[in-house]
Ligand binder design. Structure first.
Ligand code: NDP
Length: 286
């Protein structure tokens, strides 16, 4: 029987653990605080920011929301980041992407104090994660790793194939798998014979952004399959639905464990953000 990895349930469990630890910090006089900054009116971004704020409060943390006009200048946004960097009640800062055209996202993300960079995008955190010397890991690979570990705690010696090499998913995922002593292969758009490489994988992490690219006959029997992809497709009857980067029905027949889309990696992302905020607050407490 294929094990369907229930990202919603595992995320709920992670939030419960975070809530317990948050209560312990509050008892010591430290309430972890997460500031979320959103610039402009992008409806999807506002939905994400709302659920981040709701879940932050639900685990007992303080939530600070900063909504800026679409026309906000980069200088004004940087001034807000500087205030949040200096604010002792703010442990984590998240700037919701995408940002309007007049603002350079990299400049803004690099202005966040590494200790408060709960998205794990600052080069200091990237470097620390890469060297295995601590740091804050980006939320999606962090959550994906929790899902893998929910299936199997000891990953040493397993062959993991990561499909995709983006800075926010693929590359940090490689580092986290190496930390678990996996042998890691990274596959990207210039790789020859992706299918053959995926067929050799005990663990497949798909982060490509191509609907159902990874077919069932690419999956090694008994593999763990983690599908990070979120793709909206229009079905033959004209309806819109979300699919991953893995052809789920086919792959589920072969894999030992697999994440569905939706309901797999997606729900873990905000829970991981809260875990990073807790980590930052603990660091504040020393
Ligand atoms: P990017 O577009 O930044 O990266 C995609 C990667 O896939 C690139 O490295 C690219 O290679 C590689 N790729 C593209 N085509 C192929 C191919 N035919 N064969 C092999 N590799 C290929 O995407 P992200 O990493 O940001 O996101 C990936 C997916 O994950 C998307 O569907 C996104 O929506 C989803 N996502 C989900 C999240 C969640 O919370 N669940 C969070 C973040 C992303 P190259 O580098 O050579 O161009």
């Amino acid at each position: 029987m294929t094990h369907i990895i229930d990202g919603k349930a595992i995320a709920r469990q992670l939030r419960e653990e975070i809530a317990k630890e948050t209560a312990q910090l509050v008892a010591k006089g430290v309430t972890p605080g997460l500031a979320v900054v959103i610039v402009g009116e992008d409806p999807a971004s506002h939905v994400y920011v709302k659920s981040k704020a709701t879940q932050t409060v639900e685990v007992g943390m303080a939530s600070f929301k900063h909504v800026l006009d679409e026309g906000t200048s980069q200088a004004d946004l940087l001034a807000l980041i500087a205030r949040l960097n200096a604010d002792p009640v703010v442990d984590g800062i998240l700037v919701q992407l995408p940002l309007p055209r007049q603002i350079d996202a990299e400049t803004v993300l690099h202005a966040i104090l590494p200790a408060k960079d709960v998205d794990g995008f600052h080069p200091v955190n990237v470097g620390q994660v890469a060297t295995g010397s601590g740091g804050i890991a980006p939320c999606t690979p962090f959550g994906a790793m929790k899902l893998i570990k929910s299936v199997r705690s000891d990953l040493a010696g397993l062959h993991a194939v990561v499909v995709g090499r983006s800075n926010i998913v693929g590359k940090p995922m490689v580092q986290l798998l190496l930390d678990e002593h996996c042998t890691v292969t990274v596959v990207h758009s210039r790789t020859q014979d992706v299918a053959a490489l995926v067929r050799a994988a005990d663990i497949v992490v798909a982060a490509v952004g191509r609907p159902e690219m990874i077919r069932g006959d690419w999956i090694k029997p008994g593999a763990i399959v983690i599908d990070v992809g979120i793709n909206r497709v229009i079905t033959e009857d004209g309806k819109s639905r979300l699919v991953g980067d893995v052809a789920y029905e086919e792959a589920a027949k072969v894999a030992a464990a697999i994440t569905p889309v939706p309901g797999g990696v997606g729900p873990m992302t905000i829970a991981s953000l809260l875990a990073n905020t807790l980590q930052a607050a603990k660091a504040r407490l020393g």
